[in-house]
Write a protein that binds this ligand. Structure first.
Ligand code: ADP
Ligand code: ZN
Ligand code: ZN
Length: 730
């Protein structure tokens, strides 16, 4: 008689859509929501226990034993655990990989999930009375810093203010500071709200009143407010209300490095523990923040999409700023939408969720129409700011001086003459989007992608923005040895050069991914702009988001024509959002703003509509078009991508898949077809698009068909992925 089998179901981080059974012994019982170390092939992996079972399809003697129970107590509570499991199922992604993607790095490596004691420095009685020499600038600054932080400086405070522990040495030697260690638990701050001078206006009042009525129940709000209408003020007051009743709040933002000002506003308003989750954190810091939130030591968590998977003790509200932003959708691996999932989590927790934008997504507008979201409108700019004035410059057959037309130049001049700042928008970084041989017509193409390579002058390099391949610019044409290699087209580097030539006495700065690569450089640039140390700002969409520059009055869009024509039906929505957001940077202070757009297609309906109507009217039109064409959000889509070294392989696999899926009469299958960009990073790519009337139908079909599809011989010859509710088609 064999001894009783003790079995657990474990999610192991491998690319397989299933759970694995393991045996355990009575001395070491795993817990649901805890981690175990398990043998997998020749490796040992950290897995997550999903449940116990007494049934298995595998012969008993083949079932391996757990190597080690890592957590003897629940690590991931039921709510977060259920949420992650649901997410894995909805996005049809292997569950073990989803757990790995959602948890802090150290947790996935099997490290103990414990708070470490934190090192910090405390000002001494001596230090409080000290009068450092006036030329000891650093010492003075650090002492002041300690005073404003209740006598304590943490490593984080130090770093945020651009000091290093080494800068403390002389203060420690003098006995003005002393080092101390405390458990982070003792750092808990009972949250309180600092007074604000801003009185909510009528629209803000109405919005807040609506939010207050749903303080403790699930309700999605779409805070639809034009740029600078005071959305952030509404968030802050809604958050205050939760924090006052000891609830935690999660704030999701598109890119934290780009919004230091927003974060600063939070810090100024609340005397509370605020966690900012950003990519510059160490693994240890990330784990600490994770645990602090879980234990309720943190009141407000601000982060990008992955912050959605933070555990909370007592979450009361979720806020999503710029809800339309594409960065809320993860575009590889576990391809989830943080905005869509945030709704699921808020619903599970029965709490309100506020999604704010000046340019709400079609999905959210549709949800308002369907009665699922409540729209709160802020139609006017807060304070004194007035809506900007707009113009389109027809540049057909007009001479352009390296991309700049005469009327544009004159407009820039007139704003500069009034000591105002101009933002020149171009969504293309680098010097020129390609290099051409004047003698033979050779073009610098990426040999791994179907695209040209961008010339970056500063680095003297050709860079493929699709696969990251970088090579030095050849001195001669590789085809005919001519040295007449010409940069073709306009990128931000070149635009900066052109504008510097046109306005030699003015300071022209550039804001793009290249110029802000170094840590804190974005903060420095933002400060420069605010302090008036820049006259002309050349920038990509990085600058379109959330910034508030009161002295910026002119926004010029140099080249938008490429965005007006695209095979992707979402392109119109994106362009409308981008232009509205960029335009929203103009005239946020007292002086009136102006927006000018250069175009070879001045009669394009999108451009015309954008300026004769508002975004709201435009989006009603776009929604009507989607409805007529039965496109999302009026239907549900799933995009299957496959790739291999030859195009035949993904095409063959996707045909097999299409054959299986064609059996379902309530599913439309389009393709397979080669991807819009067939070759990328050396791989040949193809796609299959699935569409059904609603998300449930498509889910049901995938659940039934995927096990069969995974068994196909052709599946083993390609890399493939599933993108549920895709946002991009390449
Ligand atoms: P949004 O988030 O919609 O872009 P913000 O909340 O950043 O707008 O507000 C834009 C500017 O208007 C900020 O400087 C803010 O301090 C100010 N502001 C917001 N609400 C009010 C108000 N009720 N009265 C005066 N100024 C306000
Ligand atoms: Zn040549
Ligand atoms: Zn490439």
């Amino acid at each position: 008689m064999p001894t009783e089998l003790r079995l657990v179901k474990v999610a192991v981080p491998v690319p397989l859509r299933r759970l694995f059974d393991y045996q355990y012994n009575a001395q070491q019982t795993p817990v649901i929501g805890g981690r175990v170390l398990v043998p997998f092939g020749s490796q040992k992996l950290v897995g997550y226990v999903l449940g116990f079972t007494d049934q298995t399809e595998i012969a008993t003697h083949k079932i391996k034993h757990i190597s080690k129970v890592i957590d003897s107590q629940v690590l991931i509570d039921k709510e977060l655990f259920g949420f992650i499991t649901w997410s894995a199922q909805y996005y049809q992604h292997p569950i073990g990989e989803v757990f790995s993607a959602c948890l802090p790095g150290l947790v996935t490596k099997g490290e103990p999930a414990e708070l470490e004691a934190e090192r910090f420095w405390e000002i001494t009685a001596h230090g409080r009375e000290a009068e450092p020499k006036s030329n000891a600038v650093k010492q003075n600054a650090i002492l002041k810093l300690a005073q404003v932080h209740n006598g304590l400086i943490t490593l984080e405070t130090l770093k945020l203010n651009q000091f290093a522990p080494a800068d403390l040495r002389s203060l420690l030697n003098k006995g003005w500071l002393k080092e101390a260690v405390k458990s982070l638990k003792e750092h808990y701050v009972k949250p309180s709200i600092k007074p604000s001078e801003i009185e909510p206006n009528k629209e803000q009042h109405q919005a807040l009143a609506q939010i207050y009525t749903k303080k403790t129940s699930f309700q999605p709000f779409l805070l639809d407010g034009v740029t600078s209408s005071g959305k952030t003020e509404v968030y802050l007051r809604s958050i205050a209300q939760q924090v006052e009743s000891d609830k935690q709040v999660l704030v999701l933002v598109p890119e934290i490095g780009l919004t230091p000002q927003t974060v600063e506003r939070f810090k100024q308003r609340f005397n509370a523990n605020i966690a900012m989750l950003h990519s510059g954190m160490t693994d240890k810091q990330r784990l600490n923040e994770w645990i602090k939130a879980k234990q309720g030591l943190t009141s407000i968590v601000i982060g990008t999409r992955s912050a959605l998977f933070t555990p909370f003790k007592n979450l009361g509200l979720i806020v999503i700023d710029e809800e339309h932003d594409l960065s809320f959708k993860q575009q590889d691996g576990f391809r989830y939408s943080a905005r869509d999932l945030a709704l699921v989590r808020a619903n599970n927790l029965n709490i309100p969720i506020i999604m704010g934008s000046a340019t709400p997504s079609m999905e959210s507008q549709y949800n308002v129409e369907a009665g699922r979201f409540e729209r709160l409108t802020l139609a006017r700019r807060a304070g004194n700011a007035k809506p900007p004035h707009s113009k389109i410059f027809d540049v057909r057959q007009r001479p352009l001086q390296e991309g700049i037309s005469k009327p544009l130049k004159e407009h820039i001049e007139s704003h500069l003459a009034k000591d105002q700042q101009c933002l020149i928008f171009l969504n293309r970084r680098g010097y020129a989007p390609s290099i051409l041989c004047h003698d033979c017509g050779w073009l610098a193409e990426c040999n791994r992608c179907d695209r040209n390579m961008t010339y970056h002058q500063q680095l003297k390099r050709l860079h493929c923005h699709h696969c990251d391949r970088q090579v030095f610019l050849p001195k001669q044409c590789p085809n005919c040895q001519s040295s007449e290699l010409l940069p073709i087209g306009l990128g931000t580097e070149r635009l900066q050069e052109v504008l510097t030539k046109l306005f030699p006495s003015k300071k022209v700065i550039r804001v793009d991914r290249d110029s802000t690569r170094r840590k804190n450089s974005m903060q420095t640039i933002v400060r420069q702009i605010k302090n008036g140390e820049a006259d002309i700002i050349v920038g990509t969409q990085m600058l379109a988001k959330g910034h508030h520059f009161p002295n910026l009055t002119l926004v010029a869009v140099v080249d938008i024509d490429g965005c007006l024509f695209s095979a992707d039906y979402r392109a119109t929505e994106r362009t409308a959002q981008l232009l509205t957001q960029v335009a929203g940077r103009a005239g946020r202070g007292d002086a009136k703003g102006e927006i000018v757009i250069q175009s070879h297609h001045p009669d394009h309906p999108l451009l015309l509509n954008l300026f004769t109507q508002n975004y709201q009217q435009l989006s009603e039109q776009m929604l009507a078009e989607r409805k007529a064409a039965n496109l999302p959000p009026y239907s549900a889509q799933v995009l299957i991508r496959a790739q291999a070294n030859q195009l035949e392989k993904p095409m063959a696999f996707l045909s097999d898949m299409a054959n299986i899926l064609n059996q379902y009469s309530n599913l439309s299958v389009f393709g397979p077809y080669p991807a819009p960009m067939i070759k990328r990073a050396g791989k040949m790519r193809a796609q299959l698009l699935l569409q059904a009337d609603d998300k449930k139908t498509i889910q049901k079909i995938l659940n039934a068909a995927l096990p069969i599809i995974e068994q196909q011989q052709s599946a083993k010859t390609v890399r493939w992925s599933i993108d549920v509710d895709p946002q991009e088609v390449f």
